[in-house]
Structures are given as C-alpha cells and as structure tokens.
Design a protein around this ligand. Sequence first.
Ligand SMILES: *Cc1c(COP(=O)(O)O)cnc(C)c1O
Length: 354
Amino acid sequence: MIDIKITKTTCPKAKPDESELGFGKIFTDHMFIMEYDAGKGWHDARIVPFANFSIHPSSTVLHYGEEIFEGLKAYRIADGSVQLFRPIENVRRMNSSADRLCLPAIEEEDALKAITAFVKVEQDWVPHSEGASLYIRPFMFGNDPHLGVHTVQSAVFSIIASPSGSYYEEGLNPVKILIEDQDVRAVRGGTGYIKCGGNYAASTRAGHRAEQKGYSQVLWLDGVERKYIEEVGAMNVMFKINGEVITPALTGSILPGITRKSCIEVLKSKGYKVTERLISVDELKDAMANGSLEEAWGCGTAAVVSPIGMFMYKDVEYPVCGQRIGETTQMLYDTLTGIQYGKIKDPFGWTVKI
Ligand SMILES: *Cc1c(COP(=O)(O)O)cnc(C)c1O
C-alpha cells in the first residue's frame, strides 16, 4: 500500500463564486503526484500545492501521446459530507487504458487511496450549490527523456480537481447532434475503448465542424463501414424505440462508460427491456421516419444524461421527442443525480463516503 506524504499550501486561494464555476477552469489548492520507474515501481506518492510540471522536452507524452485519464466527481450531500460515485470503476478502467498503451498499472487499493486522500484534503472545494460538484481528473503519462519509440520506463500519475457548475444552468435542454459520415473516432483493435488523449485529438476536427454548423456534438459511426452507431461526442448514446432501450454494444471501439453501465442497471431495475447490440444509422433513420424513436440521449459523467432533440444526417434534420426531454431520460437523470447527491437511497451500493 502506498504511503502518501501531504504538504499543505501556505497560501490557499479564495474559493470561487459558485454561480460562475463553468467546467474545468478553476483548480483546487493541491494535486496528487507519484512517479513510476521500471525496476522501482510507483514511488514518492504525495499531495502537494498545485503547481506546473517540469518535464524534459523529449518526454514521451509530448512526442508519442502516451497519455490516459479518468473523470469522476465528488458530490456534497445534504448533511454536508462528501461522496464519490463508483470510483472503483474509474480505477479499473484506468488500468485497462494503461494496459493498452503499455503504461504501468496501479494497484486498485492504491489508486482508490490516492483519490480519496486527495479529495479529503480538498473537501472544502466541493461546491454546495445545486447540481455543482468537484470534478476529479486522474491522469497518467509516459515520461522517458529520450526519443526512441518503445514501452516507457518512467511515468507520472497525478490527480487534479476542478469545482464545476451544473451542466444544465438552463435546465435539461435537448441538444442538436450532427451524424458524422467523414471522420471516424476509433476502430476495433485501436484505442476507442480506452480513455486516452489521442482519441480526443482525433475527434476535435469533427466536433469543431459540428459546432460551426450549430450542432453541439457529433454522432460517431463505426470506422470500417460508417454504418453502425458508436457514441455521441464524448458520451455513450441510448435510444428508446417502441418502449425498448437500445444502446450500441461494446465492440472494442466504444468507450465503456460508467454512466452507460449505471443507466443500464437502473433501467433494468425498473423493468425496462435494455438491449446492447449493433444499431445502424439506417435503422435509426427509419425509426425517426416512422415515429418509433421515442427518445434519444447521451450519457457520461459530466452531463449525467443529455437529451437529444434533433439529429442531422446527410443534410436532413430529424426532430426527436418533440424536441423535449422524454420521460425515460428524465427518470434516469433524476435517479442517477438523486443517488449521487444522496437525495434518494442508493440500492446499488454505488456511493463511497469520503
Ligand atoms: C468518458 C467518456 C465517456 C463517458 O464515460 P463515463 O464513465 O460515463 O463518464 C463516453 N465516451 C467517451 C469517448 C469518453 O471519453
């Protein structure tokens, strides 16, 4: 088990105005860091004042993109205490990401200990206002100081945190989604199933084009046939067709979202039929044309669920659910946020107190 040395800042920052948090712009007073070296393992686990990194100009991360990350939130509940939502799932996914990029794994108990110890130090930074939370960003990068391409001998694992406002300042407004038929995000055998920075680098262009056309995200199709639906932006996607919830199966190019998994478990516990399978864009188009598509939503940690009010495919717009939030989308939002903020009982054992 790692031993974490804590050095507190001597000049804590003033806490921000909670009405102006936004996302990922303000950072807390401290950060967690530990280093890995081959032969030595992970060492020097510490929580220190927030500061810049100093890395060698030939560091692996700068040249070959050896970087993975996670995203989870700490929530303030009514009694003032703080809790996390399924952090073990983030730890396991990070190790799966590390494995794909030949970065070193971290013992599950050590990674959990790092996250909880860090959040404990920063607990005053967990916002109090409705829908706000402390976004926690664990990340790891290869840090060898030479240019040869090989598995890394040195790595850094760090955790930073950012108090973030409600994703929905004006309520859960349905978003407009552009179905992307040019760029692809991932292919089977590649890195689509892990959370690595490279996936984001490759998806920026399509996201930018969509925004310029007035859409908030793209819907990705599979990288081989551009036929099967994969994800929406950096969220998983679900459809309710004739009362049944359908979500793309995890075929290797889709990120296995913790919100996706939680939605499936909540839906099944409420008696919904949920099917994980391939769903083609033609099937979606038919379901939109004949009215059997009842709801569509994206799901991920940042937004929880994001109702989709419109799809655009090959220059044709298809409105969804009267451009309002559907009852199943609303139920998932209420249930998941209810559990996260401790407003309703957690029958699944998903929350972890700090
Ligand atoms: C993080 C992420 C998701 C959502 O995962 P959660 O664990 O639910 O936050 C979905 N797709 C991509 C590409 C992601 O990076």
